[in-house]
Design a protein around this ligand. Structure first.
Ligand SMILES: [Zn+2]
Length: 384
């Protein structure tokens, strides 16, 4: 399966010059090759192949009059020839695409494509690495799952003069759906001061280095709030700007650490289990739970990324032919004892350990909730 993510990019002046040249050279080469193909066909009805056109372009690069073609990415030029070749093949195969047309300087889309080989294209948090251009600042509004493979990058300039890069990814679509085994079913109970507690009694806590960076961030934010310019309407001081940059950097670091951790955890679970059951927490429900545990930090840091984690789990399971089941948040997962008794005491979040008045068993509130989610998730899966 293929999917493309399109990002806004902010090339520097020099990069813009190179981009304009690349768009122009690709269009030029495309139109030249079209000329040759038409001429050959008219002359003796022969067809010119992609390889023939690529060889001719190499010769043009050695010709002093057209040596400027050497300045741009040769792979982009080859790709322009390939797309012309594909246009001809579609035409010959009667795909209703019509005879290939010339690209006009003004009416055609300014773009070029490069296939991905040996990390020539890479996506970072705030930049994209592209051949010949190097690092280009980019707005990465969404991140592709780590197991997706980069196939190609199309750089374009839209009519609004803004630049974009569209990254094409390839990913495995699960070949078959896996029939879930109850023993390979996992229940996860949300934990606001960690991440989750699972039905095996294991706790996923954020790693210590993450907590350390979080503390650093809180400290840096406190300092920022004392700098001149932090109050509304106050002009921003130089020290405020410097501190804000520091806060932003730590924040990005915290975000990356959290993302890495969530990626690793979700991959581990998706590999090991067939079915995962979670409580369907609305955002409202989550902030409510957070408040009860007494958070002091800003919203951005106190978010442990559980929502993101559940999304990661969902697509990773799906890619493996497995499933994530969301249990209705009104299902009393924390109240039900394994004997079936519904204990109203457990509504109080401060009660951690519960002794059932019916069967006499003593259990941990969260682990019990995770076990109930597992059972209910499996039941929903079976009845679906
Ligand atoms: Zn009981």
């Amino acid at each position: 399966m293929n999917k493309a993510y399109k990002y806004l990019i902010y090339p520097t002046k020099e990069q813009q010059t190179l981009l304009a040249r690349t768009f122009g050279c690709c269009r030029y080469v495309y139109n030249q090759a079209l000329n040759w193909r038409v001429a050959a066909y008219r002359a003796d009805g022969t067809s010119i192949s992609y390889v023939d056109t690529a060889k001719a372009v190499t010769q043009m690069k050695n010709n002093p009059d057209t040596a400027w073609l050497k300045e741009v990415d040769s792979v982009a030029l080859q790709q322009a020839l390939r797309s012309l070749d594909a246009a001809f093949k579609n035409f010959w195969n009667n795909k209703n695409t019509g005879f290939p047309k010339y690209k006009s300087k003004h009416r055609s889309r300014r773009s070029y494509t490069v296939p991905v080989t040996n990390n020539n294209v890479m996506v970072f948090d705030r930049a994209v690495k592209l051949p010949k251009l190097g690092y280009v600042k980019a707005k990465i509004h969404r991140v592709a799952p780590s197991d997706w493979k980069l196939k190609s990058a199309t750089v374009s300039q839209d009519s609004d003069e803004r630049y974009y890069v569209s990254i094409l990814y390839e990913y495995e679509k699960a070949v078959r759906t896996i029939e879930a085994d109850p023993d390979k079913t996992l229940g996860l109970d949300y934990k606001s001061d960690g991440l989750y507690v699972d039905s095996n009694g294991d706790c996923a806590d954020m790693p210590h280095y993450y907590r350390k960076a979080q503390k650093q961030l809180a400290r840096a934010q406190r300092i920022l709030s004392r700098r001149k310019g932090s109050k509304k309407g106050e002009p921003k001081s130089r020290n405020w700007e410097k501190q804000r940059l520091r806060v932003n950097r730590i924040y990005a670091h915290v975000k990356n650490q959290r993302n890495d951790f969530l990626q690793k955890r979700s991959t581990g679970i998706a590999n090991q289990y067939d079915l995962v059951a979670v409580e369907d927490l609305s955002l409202k429900g989550m902030s409510h739970r957070g408040k009860k545990r007494g958070f002091r930090l800003g919203k951005a840091i106190n978010d442990n990324g559980y929502g993101m984690f559940v999304n990661m789990l969902a697509y990773k399971l799906c890619n493996r032919g497995k499933r994530l089941v969301k249990v209705d948040r009104f299902y009393p997962s924390s109240q039900l004892c394994q004997c079936g008794y519904k204990n109203p005491v457990t509504r109080n979040l401060s009660v951690r350990t519960i002794t059932c008045p019916i069967c006499g068993r003593t259990y941990d509130r969260d682990i019990n909730a995770a076990i109930n989610l597992k059972k209910e998730g499996y039941r929903l899966y079976k009845s679906a």
